[in-house]
Design a protein around this ligand. Structure first.
Ligand SMILES: Nc1ccn([C@@H]2O[C@H](COP(=O)(O)O)[C@@H](O)[C@H]2O)c(=O)n1
Ligand SMILES: C[C@@]1(CO)OP(=O)(O)OP(=O)(O)OC[C@H]1O
Length: 160
């Protein structure tokens, strides 16, 4: 059996004035922040979904329901740590991750080293294996109107 498996994650959160803005495990200073049942860290959510998808282990909402008060306001880094435990218990390890954040403002490039350091710590991975990129949508659509943020992730995993 091929030891390599790929997975894909996509997620969207609304942006609202006065909300905290958690992204890639760190808090950004911005007039708007992301809304969700958890801390609404869209980058962590797509990483969880890509990893779970690669292992064919359902998705983030299956393991951590957005109807469960236990997860209200939860730090998504805790969910990511649990996802890593779930896939490592099945004998999988991460090869690499590649992500894209779709956000009109603010620019996230200055924060990417901090996000990579944080996520590498949470996932016990090398920073080199976590790629984070960003794009605006050129003022088009819900991202362009600053109504929301979306993200994508592809993950390569393999059986140890
Ligand atoms: N929120 C964002 C969006 C983009 N970037 C960086 O700017 C580059 C140009 O963005 P375009 O949407 O015009 O292609 C992009 O390649 C990123 O490097 C960013 O830092 N934060
Ligand atoms: C993370 C969870 C659980 O708190 O809630 P949200 O922050 O709403 O995130 P979403 O990506 O919409 O769904 C996954 C949920 O399970």
């Amino acid at each position: 059996m091929n030891p390599f498996r790929i997975g894909f994650g996509y997620d969207v959160h609304q942006l609202k004035t006065g909300e905290e803005f958690w992204l890639g495990g760190i808090k950004l200073e911005h007039e708007k922040g992301a809304v969700g049942h958890s801390d609404a860290d869209v980058l962590i959510h797509v990483i969880c979904d890509a990893i779970l998808g690669a292992a064919n282990m359902r998705d983030i909402g299956y393991h951590f329901s957005d109807k469960d008060p236990k997860f209200k306001g939860i730090d998504s880094k805790i969910l990511l740590k649990e996802v890593m435990e779930l896939i490592r218990a099945e004998g999988y390890e991460i090869g690499n991750l590649d992500t894209t954040i779709c956000l009109q403002v603010p620019k996230v490039n200055p924060h990417i080293p901090g996000m990579k350091k944080c996520l590498a710590g949470v996932m016990n991975l090398a920073e080199h294996d976590i790629s984070i990129k960003a794009t605006t949508t050129e003022w088009l659509g819900f991202v362009g109107r600053e109504e929301g943020i979306s993200a994508y992730c592809v993950a390569l995993i393999y059986k140890v």
